[in-house]
Design a protein around this ligand. Structure first.
Ligand code: ATP
Ligand code: MN
Ligand code: MN
Length: 308
């Protein structure tokens, strides 16, 4: 069961239910992508992005003046929130500032109206805040790391996840790196999932200290890939599959099939401009079967494997 599989392409009328002010405002000036262009992009990819952004707490990178203006990372609701965006309360902080969530295309259009140029969901759904339903291993190449090394890191991450009984899917970040994402049956809690991700990052860095680091610290990252496991703690987020990035180039985070992961495709290769065409020519979403492949987290078996 995919989290949501709304009917095909929405009629333009449906997307107009949320009124866009300043539709001609340039969000990515170099590409000429306007606010209305962003709404068109999301209406086209709606069926594909919906499972990743509906029914979850969301953080947003907002940029009212487009990517060349001020941007702010927003984790909570704000005054004058559009009605298509839902307020949700963190069960662990019921009196705290509400967070936001969406459930349909109107909600996504309201995010566009709110100048959300990046959408960053939690790794858990609002149906079960305490039990993540995915793991994101965020591969962050440091200065001087060649792209084939990032691809190799993703493939190694995949092997290690599969060794632990998990499925692995890969996407470009739309920035500099790759994200390897494993679907989980929401059973283990945040500390267990974070511990698992940290153990994997530490094992990668321990086995290959010349290639990988698992702790943030700029000086030690030169020429190495940071295996950023910290996307997997309660309240942390990672950019959604198919979300745009508020960076030059109008790139999007693009799910790939593993056999597409090659030097021909860079981390920012897929964009607002070419993604709709890509999806129209593919017979299926590259991440079809993601939810069906979900497995429960097992206890790390790294030590046993090493010994054998
Ligand atoms: P890249 O491939 O360039 O690394 P990325 O999306 O993986 O792209 P990271 O810097 O590795 O970028 O990840 C940062 C993550 O931290 C974001 O995905 C976001 O969800 C989260 N985050 C938390 N606070 C912020 C913030 N203030 N600004 C931007 N991101 C933030
Ligand atoms: Mn990253
Ligand atoms: Mn990171």
């Amino acid at each position: 069961r995919e989290a949501a599989s709304p009917a095909a392409k929405p009629a333009p009328a449906q997307r107009r239910r949320v009124r866009l002010t300043h539709p001609d405002r340039l969000y990515w000036p170099e590409q000429g992508v306007t606010k209305e262009g962003l709404a068109d992009y999301y209406a086209e990819v709606w069926r594909h992005i919906a499972p990743w952004i509906t029914g979850r707490p969301l953080a947003l990178l907002r940029a009212p003046g487009g990517i060349t203006g001020d941007t702010f990372f927003q984790k909570h609701a704000w005054k004058g929130l559009p009605s298509a965006i839902t307020l949700v309360h963190d069960p662990k902080d019921p009196a705290g500032e509400p967070l936001i969530s969406i459930s349909d295309l109107d909600g996504l259009m309201a995010l566009v109206q709110s100048a959300a140029l990046e959408i960053h969901p939690w790794g858990a759904s609002c149906a079960d805040w305490e039990r993540p339903d995915l793991i994101v291993m965020d591969l962050d190449p440091g200065e001087g790391v060649a792209w084939p090394a990032v691809i190799a890191a993703a493939e190694e991450t995949r092997r290690r996840l599969e060794d632990q009984g998990l499925a692995a899917f890969v996407k470009t970040s739309g920035g500099k790196g790759l994200h390897v994402v494993a679907p989980l049956k929401p059973q283990a809690d945040w500390p267990a999932v974070k511990g698992f991700a940290k153990a994997m990052a530490d094992a990668m860095a321990g086995d290959n200290p010349g290639r990988y680091v698992s702790t943030i610290g700029k000086a030690r990252r030169q020429g190495k890939i940071l295996i950023d496991y910290l996307r997997n703690q309660r309240g942390a987020t990672a950019v959604a599959a198919y979300s745009t990035r508020a960076r030059p180039g109008a790139a999007v985070s693009a799910p790939l099939r593993w056999d597409e992961l090659d030097t021909g495709i860079g981390p920012a290769w897929f964009t607002v401009e070419n993604m709709p065409t890509r999806l129209a020519t593919l017979s299926a979403d590259p991440w079809d079967g993601f939810r069906a492949a979900a497995a429960p987290l097992e206890q790390p078996r790294a030590k046993r494997r090493k010994a054998g």
